[in-house]
Design a protein around this ligand. Structure first.
Ligand SMILES: [Ca+2]
Ligand SMILES: [Ca+2]
Ligand SMILES: [Cu+2]
Length: 318
């Protein structure tokens, strides 16, 4: 067969058979050169007869004519029942380039129709990349876990030039606890019971304070009584001072961050809760300090030994 015969054979073939395979408009990541030695050369090495290129899903491969007249035809050999199903194009001095985008993983063999028996063939290995997934009516969801900090950009391959893209900012694991300081009452104040007073604090965190818990107690070592949980870090809270007159009260502020770190600070020294002259009739649950009646606190059981003395000392044998 002369060169002219070969060109005519290829021309006649595609006059009788359809071209197959949509040409990719993307930039090719690798190229096979269809050369005058009946080779698809991708590695620029004439000693490797059948070359293979490796790409990832969504990437495009180019076939480029250099000499002779050839075809690039998908399939493992001329007897493959699926021959030419994915793509089938001439490569000649008038059809110098074909490009094809691989949108599914697998091994894709191809060959030149007139030169298969000269081993003019090759393969494209398409791997599914963890960071590369289709989204379509048959692949409706993709999820990904970010295990390191940084800014991760992403885009849609076919629609990048329509600005279809985004970014995920992953912050480092937060191991730094917040800083918190009670401003008031910080010790020495005289606070009348049943009157509102403003608790103030300052709290900060490298990643942000997500919640504030407030407590008070009325003597050293007494359990902390909850005044509020998971409050915003507003820096102040109006406390309707409990009717527990004492010279030894403190407040405590606990600051939390999103990673579960916490820090606490209490009044530097005692403040005084002063009984209102004449007292008041309790009107709401807030006025009682009784185990179980506070909206936010569980009660604690009193050991029975305490009862022996508080009832005036019963005789244990009666
Ligand atoms: Ca080669
Ligand atoms: Ca932190
Ligand atoms: Cu050929």
């Amino acid at each position: 067969m002369t060169e002219a015969d070969m060109a005519r054979w290829v021309r006649d073939f595609y006059a009788a058979h359809p071209l197959r395979g949509e040409r990719s408009l993307d930039v090719a990541v690798d190229t096979f050169i269809a050369n005058g030695n009946f080779r698809f050369d991708a590695d620029h090495d004439p000693n490797t007869t059948v070359d293979t290129v490796h790409v990832q899903i969504g990437q495009t491969v180019m076939w480029k004519w250099q000499a002779g007249t050839h075809t690039t035809t998908s399939g493992s050999d001329p007897n493959d029942p699926n021959v030419g199903q994915l793509w089938d194009h001439p490569l000649s001095d008038v059809d110098t380039v074909f490009t094809y985008r691989f949108d599914s993983p697998g091994v894709f063999s191809f060959f030149c129709r007139p030169h298969y028996f000269f081993d003019m063939r090759g393969a494209v290995v398409v791997s599914a990349n963890d960071g590369d997934h289709p989204l379509s009516d048959v692949d409706t969801v993709f999820t990904y876990r970010f295990d390191s900090p940084g800014v991760f950009s992403f885009f849609c391959r076919p629609h990048y030039f329509f600005d279809m893209r985004g970014a995920v900012v992953v912050s480092a694991n937060d191991v730094t606890p917040p800083m918190v300081q009670v401003i008031a009452p910080n010790g020495g104040e005289m606070l009348p019971a049943h009157q509102p007073t403003t608790i103030t604090w300052q709290a900060s965190d490298d990643q942000g304070v997500t919640g504030i818990d407030l407590f008070y107690n009325d003597q050293e070592g007494a359990p902390w009584v909850t005044l509020g949980r998971d409050l915003p870090n507003s820096g102040s809270f109006t406390w309707f001072v409990h009717d527990t007159p004492t010279a030894g009260a403190r407040v405590r502020v606990v600051a939390h961050d999103a990673a579960g770190n916490a820090a606490a600070d209490s009044s530097d020294s005692w403040f005084v809760i002063v009984r209102v002259p004449g007292g008041r009739v309790p009107t709401t649950l807030r006025d009682f300090i009784q185990p179980g009646t506070q909206p936010l606190d569980a009660g604690s059981l009193i050991p029975s030994s305490v009862c022996l003395s508080c009832h005036g000392g019963y005789q244990p044998d009666t």
